[in-house]
Design a protein around this ligand. Structure first.
Ligand SMILES: NC(=O)c1ccc[n+]([C@@H]2O[C@H](COP(=O)([O-])OP(=O)(O)OC[C@H]3O[C@@H](n4cnc5c(N)ncnc54)[C@H](O)[C@@H]3O)[C@@H](O)[C@H]2O)c1
Length: 363
């Protein structure tokens, strides 16, 4: 089992360990029972993850003598809302959960974001542990303490910053992850390779087949690298004032394409297209050289992610979706561009024509 510490400003939050490994549940239980004592634990998960893992996890808690309850909700982004929060809070009260209770988030980003949100407000805040089960959650959402639920007008509009007490990423969970969800995570991993680490980029391109086959040895190295990048960014910019924005590489246009597709394009596919677009814009604006652009396009295709925007998507619709986001952010579209692999920067004033041309060229 590998371990790394997220060192945060002691005044605002406490530091915590991320532990990563393959089949680490037994060791996880010993660590929880020794280091994270609570009167009661409540495992919160969604029904898909629950149907595969809840019994095993509940038994593991009981085996080390811990008092554990379980709450499940329907899987999917559509559950990440105030109604589910109220439902879970009602069940916590029924169980008798109090300030001596520890919540356990077992699942993907939806479970993690929502449990973190509840932990931050239930009885003015109780502790929680993240056990991420999707690739996205293992390399991204479980680290950094951003919690949120969606509102009818938009995603993640109600939330808090609330760090977990610990994160346990067991690669064993990835074995049952549906392919589409795995690919969503793959896009985020490639993003880390592009924005932060040429070495990770090379490791990924040299081992893409093993990654796609979910080889636990290769994945361990890669997940560990990604967690290290995410934790370093969070340590410098816990509340997303600056550096953390670089994690949005590929997401600006990616979100617009996802939205225009009415979410028939997955998050990972949107980010893949957004990353290619951001790299092409960087090249057109003479920041990035053509060889690096080709390497970025190649790795995305190698991963089995798309490189072309469907013909029938209107460029005007994608552009107007970008403008909608622009209105939210002081009339500026903040694109993360690249000077080279491993050297991203935020650019706030890109000519619409360049974006428009890149979208057209990508069809
Ligand atoms: N807080 C952050 O910093 C942050 C960062 C990125 C994303 N997010 C949020 O994360 C969410 C997306 O997360 P996600 O992609 O993990 O989605 P998710 O939690 O909806 O999980 C995707 C699907 O996979 C299933 N699943 C999860 N683990 C499984 C496993 N091991 N085996 C089989 N099925 C499994 C789930 O039941 C679900 O149906 C979004 O709401 C997004 O806003 C948050």
């Amino acid at each position: 089992m590998r371990s790394m510490k997220v060192n945060l400003d002691k005044k605002s939050s406490s530091s915590y360990e991320i532990r990563i490994g393959y089949k680490i549940v037994d060791r996880m239980m010993l660590i929880i029972s020794k280091n994270f004592k609570a009167n009661r634990y409540v495992l919160i998960t969604d029904n898909s993850v629950g149907s595969i893992y809840a019994k095993q996890m509940m038994d593991s808690f009981k085996d080390v003598g811990l008092n554990i309850n379980r709450i499940e909700f329907s899987a999917g982004e559509s559950s990440k809302n105030i109604n589910t929060v109220m439902d879970i809070v009602g069940k916590l009260l029924e169980i008798g959960a109090d300030r001596g209770t520890m919540l356990i988030a077992l699942g993907g980003g939806v479970v993690g974001d929502m449990v973190g949100f509840i932990a931050s407000i239930y009885m003015r805040g109780i502790p929680y542990i993240q056990i991420p089960t999707t690739l996205i959650a293992q390399v991204d959402s479980s680290i950094g303490g951003k919690t949120a639920i969606d509102l009818p007008v938009g995603k993640n509009l109600l939330g808090t910053f609330c760090q977990p007490c610990a994160v346990f990423a067991d690669l064993m969970f990835l074995e049952t992850l549906p392919q589409k969800e795995f690919n969503n995570g793959l896009a985020e991993i490639i993003k880390y390779g592009i924005i932060d680490d040429e070495k990770l980029f090379r490791l990924l391109s040299e081992n893409m087949d093993a990654v796609k086959n979910r080889d636990s040895v290769v994945l361990l190295k890669i997940v560990e690298n990604c967690c290290r990048i995410k934790k370093s960014i969070v340590e410098i910019d816990e509340k997303e004032q600056g550096l953390r924005r670089l994690l949005n590489f590929g997401h600006t246009l990616g979100h617009a394409i996802e939205a225009v597709s009415k979410y028939t394009i997955s998050h990972g596919e949107g980010v893949a297209l957004g990353m290619i677009a951001a790299a092409r814009i960087s090249e057109k604006m003479r920041y990035l050289d053509l060889t690096q652009l080709k390497r970025i396009e190649e790795i995305i295709l190698q991963a089995g992610l798309p490189g072309k925007i469907p013909q029938n998507f209107s460029t005007a619709d994608i552009m107007s979706r970008l403008v909608m986001d622009k209105k939210k952010k002081d009339d500026i579209v903040n694109f993360v561009l690249l000077k080279k692999i491993g050297m991203p920067f935020v650019h706030g004033g890109i000519d619409d024509k360049i974006i428009n041309d890149v979208i057209e060229e990508m069809k």
